[in-house]
Design a protein around this ligand. Structure first.
Ligand code: BES
Ligand code: ZN
Length: 624
């Protein structure tokens, strides 16, 4: 035996260990073996059945085999019933495939394993979703504004696409897609694809194409009695009929935002940018589904003061949808970059005073949240999320510390250099999925090396790899907030009454800042006075409610309870309601009240929101 042969088994061993590690490192939140085979196109044929709360249909996946020895495809599924799997050969001929569903993991779901005699270009899966699919919410007629028709929407990020489509559910894989969607008449279906505001709702059939490669978490579908109203040459809002005019008014600056972003970071590459306003149970503020942002109605407050949400979701058209985190540990590449770009859009469209106020509020929130996080969760560059639910990695660290880091770089290198750098980053990685190491190398080569002496390696390291906030973090400042802070001090010191605060006619952000600077607790007289002058109980502004109700709870101000109950039943957006739920759960009496309200709220909640409230309840019960 020649020496070279003697080495072979050892080499093979090294190679296979490397492959396993690479797999584990690439995305521990997916069963996909992306070094073996990748999905390049998805063709869906879906029947939406409200009676059984199921989507029944077919997914045909085009395959790019990367390893010539691979004979197996592993897809992600959660709660799917698989009827048949067929292999489609190059001539389009189908034959039944041998397949199995592995055991279901609580976080990951179950792998669908398909065996191949030889590598084939396509596979077709016929399946049905579970009525409790984690990525879908089915609303009854009575849970909609119109009360006449049911409503369905998806929320795929982070790993819920697998609960309604069998696929490689990892942001490392990008694919184009098409879909035929069959819905009861006269409902309209919309997707994260090409939507036609004037498509007929008479046929119950909708066809969609997404010709740009997207990651699975951007797959999105909604079905309901949805109307559309144009707001510009490439923008429209979609919403239930009762909401569409109000939404169009609130979001009338969307085209201006697109133009401002294009000026900074190059052309908008997705064609149309439409916004779908969902019912209030939508668990997030917004979701950047390409060509059709999904948004909570809670930002429609009549004065455009919360439209930074649109700036945020639009910004994802560059940071996230164009350049995508390849696994969820690097979510700051999506959310931190987007929060930075969001702020730049707000500055360009509404002015520096507005973006400064929003920055101060965000940074306050980050500090509060960070105080509760373990050190290893305070990093921008997180460890691989092995055995963790990626939704857990979603903290203000990714958003606000991430954005703050980019602001730090902007200040050190100056706007002209930094803006050109960021635009270059988006261009150079367009339609690619990347990790933090790719960014760090690009930063070194295209910014730091080009402008030596502006930052030290240890400063960068502190931002990316150390817990807490680095010394180089300069806090945002707002002159308008200085006035709010002074007014608060005067009011607390008895030098001003609440009526004079109302006379100052603060906007949302000023009111938020006023509330955030108040002491832990106030007495009933103070709360009465504030409420009489500023009408906080029952406010339609969720950002204000989110701060006011916990204050009343901490202060033992039971008068607010009827309004709290209404608020918690009426809205499902997690960020807005969780602080109030959590405040209630800190006392035995509050916990009992919370349990009663949850029993009423739960039927209207999205599975994601139900999960969060349930987890908080379980934790509180253990403590009490
Ligand atoms: N992509 C996120 C929402 C998301 C992140 C859902 C991770 C699931 C997992 C979206 O762009 C977002 O950040 N929404 C914010 C909006 C806000 C920062 C303006 C939200 O929902 O609060
Ligand atoms: Zn975002």
């Amino acid at each position: 035996m020649s020496p070279i042969h003697a080495l072979l088994p050892a080499l093979a061993l090294i190679a296979s260990t490397a492959a396993v590690t690479a797999q584990a490192a690439s995305d521990p939140n997916s069963y996909a073996e992306t070094d073996k085979v990748r999905v390049t196109n998805l063709a869906l044929d879906l029947h939406v059945t409200f009676r059984t709360h199921q989507i029944v249909g077919k997914a045909e996946l085009s395959l790019d085999w990367r390893d010539k020895n691979a004979r197996e495809l592993k897809l992600d599924t959660r709660g799917l019933s698989i009827a048949t799997v067929e292999i489609v050969d190059a001539a389009g001929k189908t034959s039944p495939a041998v397949f199995s569903l592995g055991t279901a993991d609580k976080i990951l779901g179950a792998p669908l394993i398909v065996k191949f005699d030889q590598q084939a270009p396509k596979v077709r899966v016929s399946y049905a979703t579970h009525p409790e699919a984690s990525g879908l919410q089915w609303l009854s007629e009575t849970q909609t504004a119109g009360k006449k028709h049911p409503f369905l929407f998806s929320q795929s990020q982070a790993i819920h696409a697998r609960s309604w489509v069998p696929l490689q559910d990892t942001p490392a894989v990008r694919f184009t897609y098409s879909a035929d969607v069959h819905v009861p008449k006269p409902l309209r279906a919309v997707m994260s694809a090409n939507n036609h505001p004037d498509a007929s709702v008479e046929t119950g059939e909708f066809h969609f194409e997404m010709d740009k490669p997207i990651p699975s978490y951007l797959l999105a579908l909604a079905v309901g009695d949805i109307a559309a109203k144009s707001t510009g040459p490439r923008t429209a809002v979609y919403a239930e009929h009762a909401m569409v005019d109000k939404a169009a008014k609130e979001f009338e600056d969307t085209e201006k935002m697109i133009v401002a972003t294009e000026k900074l970071y190059g052309s908008y590459r997705w064609g149309r940018y439409d916004i779908l306003v969902l019912p209030p149970s939508f668990p997030f503020g917004g979701m950047e589904n390409p060509r059709m942002t999904f948004a909570t109605p809670t930002v429609i407050v009549g004065d455009k003061s919360l439209t930074s949400l649109v700036a945020h979701e639009l910004a994802h058209s560059w940071s996230g949808n164009l350049v995508t985190n390849s696994s969820w540990k690097d979510i700051w590449l999506n959310e931190g970059f987007t929060s930075y770009v969001e702020n730049r859009i707000v500055e360009a469209v509404y002015g520096r005073e507005q973006s400064d106020m929003e920055d101060v509020i965000s940074q306050f929130g980050l500090k509060q949240e960070m105080a509760e996080l373990k050190p290893e969760d305070q990093l921008l560059m997180l460890a691989p999320l092995v055995g963790r639910d990626p939704d857990e990695a979603l903290t203000d660290v990714a958003y606000i510390k991430g954005a703050w880091f980019l602001t730090f770089l902007e200040k050190r290198f100056g706007r002209p250099a930094f803006d050109a750098f960021l635009r270059g980053w988006f261009d150079a990685h367009a339609f690619q999925s990347v990790d933090s190491d790719v960014f760090v190398a690009y930063l070194q080569k295209h910014l730091i090396d080009k402008h030596p002496g502006k930052v030290k390696p240890a400063e960068i390291d502190a931002w990316l790899k150390q817990p807490g906030l680095p010394e180089t973090a300069e806090p945002a400042k707002s002159a308008r907030f200085d006035k709010v802070n002074a007014a608060r001090t005067d009011w607390l010191g008895g030098k001003r009454d609440a009526a004079s605060l109302a006379a100052a006619k603060w906007g949302t952000q000023e009111t938020v800042r006023f509330l955030e600077g108040l002491p832990e607790k106030l007495d009933a007289k103070q709360l009465d006075e504030l409420d009489a002058a500023l009408h906080f109980n029952g406010t339609a502004n969720g950002e204000i409610a989110q701060r006011w109700y916990p204050l009343t709870v901490r202060s033992g101000y039971a008068k607010a309870r009827p309004s709290i109950e209404q608020f918690l039943i009426g809205i499902g957006r997690r960020k807005l309601i969780m602080p109030t739920w959590e405040a209630l759960m800190t006392t035995p009496d509050g916990l009992t009240f919370a349990e009663g309200v949850f029993a009423k709220a739960r039927p209207g909640y999205h599975p994601i929101t139900t999960g969060s409230v349930q987890a908080a309840l379980d934790k509180a019960r253990k403590k009490n």
